[in-house]
Write a protein that binds this ligand. Structure first.
Ligand SMILES: CC(C)(COP(=O)(O)OP(=O)(O)OC[C@H]1O[C@@H](n2cnc3c(N)ncnc32)[C@H](O)[C@@H]1OP(=O)(O)O)[C@@H](O)C(=O)NCCC(=O)NCCS
Length: 215
């Protein structure tokens, strides 16, 4: 959160909670509008002295009220499965668990993987095949997109395809979003995990070499 705070403040969707008397800062959370008219919540933090007193509930209600006015239809966020306090606060606020995901990271500075010599050949992605994929059904129809998750329906996939963030090769398909700051996010949609991961690393390396991002 600290590392991304300046960028978040700049984007202007940070909610801060102060006490009525004394103006002490006791809570914060962040909201990002997503292209499918959903809103992504993040960075929920309650001052340790104020936890368990409903601050997170209050922030969820305020965000819902604020976003409803701008046509946002659903609010989503992810919680680490080990974060019991956050899970309980979310359930109490009316959120429902819709999918479980695994997050893996590769540090491009440290990874020593085989270099690919051939140029990447982008192949057309059959959207109906993506929608029938095992990955999607295991994710209850959701796909990772950048820092958020969206429903993997035809129009959302088309949007991602138009943005040239949907990649296809050898029966594999994945999303690789344009890197923000020093990290990029990906999600495998069809095909083998190993070949997809290697291809994702290869493309990311190329982006890194051309100055798209550092990490
Ligand atoms: C998660 C967090 C934001 C919750 O904030 P909060 O202001 O304490 O939440 P609320 O007071 O609105 O909590 C409501 C419910 O959450 C649950 N909860 C809150 N703190 C809890 C704790 N320490 N252990 C277990 N459950 C807890 C309770 O069910 C509580 O309701 P109840 O006491 O009536 O049963 C806060 O614990 C926090 O800042 N954690 C560290 C950062 C973090 O994990 N952020 C979330 C990232 S997704």
């Amino acid at each position: 959160v600290i590392g991304r705070l300046s960028e978040t403040i700049r984007k202007g969707n940070l909610l801060l909670v102060f006490t009525k008397h004394g103006g002490e800062l006791i809570g914060m959370s962040n909201f990002t509008p997503i292209f499918d008219k959903s809103g992504w919540l993040g960075m929920a933090r309650t001052d340790p002295d104020w936890r368990g007193m409903g601050v997170a509930q209050f922030m969820q209600r305020c965000t819902a009220k604020y976003t409803k006015k701008s046509g946002i239809r659903a609010l989503r966020f992810f919680v680490l499965s080990t974060n019991i306090a956050s899970l309980r606060a979310a359930r109490k606020g009316g959120f429902k668990e819709v999918a479980h995901a695994t997050h893996v990271t590769c540090d491009l500075k440290k990874s020593k993987l085989v270099e690919f010599s051939k140029e990447f050949q982008q192949e057309p992605v059959e959207l109906n095949e993506v929608r029938r994929s095992v990955y999607l059904s295991k994710m209850n129809g959701f796909i990772r997109y950048g820092y958020s998750f969206v429903v993997g329906n035809h129009s959302n996939l088309q949007y991602i395809q138009r943005k040239k963030e949907l990649f296809g090769f050898k029966k594999s398909a994945f999303i690789l979003t344009k890197p923000e700051e020093d990290y990029g996010e990906f999600s495998i949609l069809t095909g083998g995990i190993k070949q997809s991961l290697l291809k994702i690393i290869e493309i990311s390396r190329k982006m890194k070499d051309t100055g798209h991002f550092r990490g």
